[in-house]
Design a protein around this ligand. Sequence first.
Ligand code: MG
Length: 264
Amino acid sequence: MRIFHILTICLFTFCSSISATLAQTQTIAHRGYWQTEGSAQNSLASLQAAERLGLFGAECDVYLCADGELMVFHDPTVTIDGQEKRIEETSSSVLKTFTLKNGETMPTFDQYLQTLKACPTIRLIIELKSQSLSEKQQTELAQKILHKVQQAGLSDRVEYIAFNLRLCQEVHRLDPEAQVAYLNGDLSPQQIKALGLTGLDYHIDIYKAHPQWIREARELGLKSNVWTVNQPEDLQYFLEQGVDYITTDRPDLLQSMLQETSVR
Ligand code: MG
């Protein structure tokens, strides 16, 4: 009888620890929640839709343009009036004439922050884009983004990500309290920690090649984030790994998987 009790307690503890591990994963909508009515990638509507879905975060991409304005868009180029233009070499007055798939015009970063302000809970994960910026321009990009975030009183509602390690370090230097994660996948959790960054935000294949990195990140007090996970079996795999954040184009699917887990 005593053995039965001990086994029951062990089983209960095991199940609780699994659900505790699964429950901690949070959803980040990649370029906002855009696969829904009236939305588009990196649109203001995608941020609002992510808020309505009750997500932890929405990701967006920010460029420094030719006139020093900050614009939210993913691709390095855009076609306006039949002409392909590089975002970083085009003035914001021209970029603002580009229409997204949902009818919005390309948003400025200022508009994005105002929309975030009107959303009570969601966090904005800001990707700093740097295709062909000089080091001086990279510093300008980081300074402008952080200044606008601070001016808007939103420092505790945003996190920063970049493929460019120098940009990550620049954000950390400008605001040592900021959450900053590196995207490029070529540094171990120990190396990320040594640089003073707060997390790693890596492609699925990187974590699959280094399955110990999620655990190592947790032990070092770093956050782990994986992109861009859209297939149910991959979502399930990373939930079981206990990753902190999953960045996905299917936040609705991930949310329903998380809800099922918490009900179970
Ligand atoms: Mg991005």
